[in-house]
Write a new protein. Sequence first.
Length: 323
Amino acid sequence: MQVNFKEGQQVKSGDLLAVIDPRPYQVALEQAQAAQFRDQASLRDAKLNYQRFKGLLQSSGAMSQQQVDTQQATVDQLDGTVRNDQAAVDNAKLNLVYCHITAPVSGRVGLRLVDPGNIVHATDTNAMFVITQLQPIAVLFTLPEDNLQTVSRRMANGTLEVDAFSRDDQTKLATGKLLTIDNQIDQTTGTGRLKAVFDNKDNALWPNQFVNARLLLETQKNSTTIPAAAIQRGPRGTYVFVVKPDNTVDVRDVTLGFTQDNVSVIASGIAPSDVVVTDGQDKLQQGSKIETRPAAPGTRQQNAGGSASGSSAGGSTARTGAQ
């Protein structure tokens, strides 16, 4: 009968959205109320007769105990009938409430699926309209099961920050907070699901949108970092080629803290002033001679046989996270 919203409109919980023809249910309510009124009159008459019979029994014995008990049973039966009538009235009122479709949650209404004059049924598979909550909005993402214990410990110490990036992982869309970790691990993928909540005041996030989630676990300041390409692994463990002042390389064992994107944090083994080789390490060995190759401004590169390059280790702020 009536549609009270526009497509794409923001609605609040309790707003009237549509009205279904209430006239059949209004008639049913009036019928239920009439039946209740009739049965209430019968109940009142039965109660008066019961009081009369009881008085006659007590005063003169002109009424038998059986007649009094029978009248009491009649009163109880009619009382049950009146209560059943009240339930019928409440059911009819509920059907009238169902005729007024209100928003169960605050959110954004999608494209309209019904118009005034359309016939709708309780068994219809298609919805009349869809409301999606955008503020706040939740983001679901997964992490390897090996990382869940670390995340759980960090959650116990405080709220963890989650950043949502675009599909190409270049544009930061929104910042939210980690809400919880799922209560089980997916055995097929070996991952656990996590949920983060975003205020989404600017509607940067949309339902079913694909985003890259970055969960910040901790911030380590004044860490020694080098390009991840400089890290070498072999029988002796983890090592790098360090350039000495005479332009020869030295094989230096290092202890790797962690790697985030293309940057590795070195716990021990090199100093921030050291220069490490980042390309062509397969041509180098202990004491190999290298020559400087022109580099972009702000970097220091070394050359071995025309194919080895290097970068200086530096101190920086490292963000430990999981993506």
